[in-house]
Design a protein. Sequence first.
Length: 142
Amino acid sequence: MTIDQMVEEFQCPGCVLGSDTSCGSYNYDANELRCISHVCGTMIGFGNTVALGLPKGFNKTGWHKDGTPRNKMSIRLYPEGQKPAWDHLNVPVWAMEENGFLFVRTFAPRIDATWVDVIEGGNMGMVPESTIDVGEFVDEID
């Protein structure tokens, strides 16, 4: 899958700027590994902003420290054969395999930052055993 296809699959659904990379705002940043123009435009109830292209457990944007909902999230896209450089500073916490992709919530505790990593062809064997397998309880997630 190309980067443009991954952006259209995982970032464009529900984006307020357009539904594909021809929206006029598409801005893939190779350092950020994502379209940096992406803005989530869908809410489930008040303040529960979601990225429609991501599965449950990985689609909620969360909240700012002041209590307001975020409408952006850091989604890093890795085509087949690429993966994040996880270590003790960038820790995979939650992961789930779905439809040939590995979805991982990665946390950087030193700087209080999170990402959703989408890895084409990824599998649970790529993450440490301590990573929680969301697939075991995904039906419990709202």
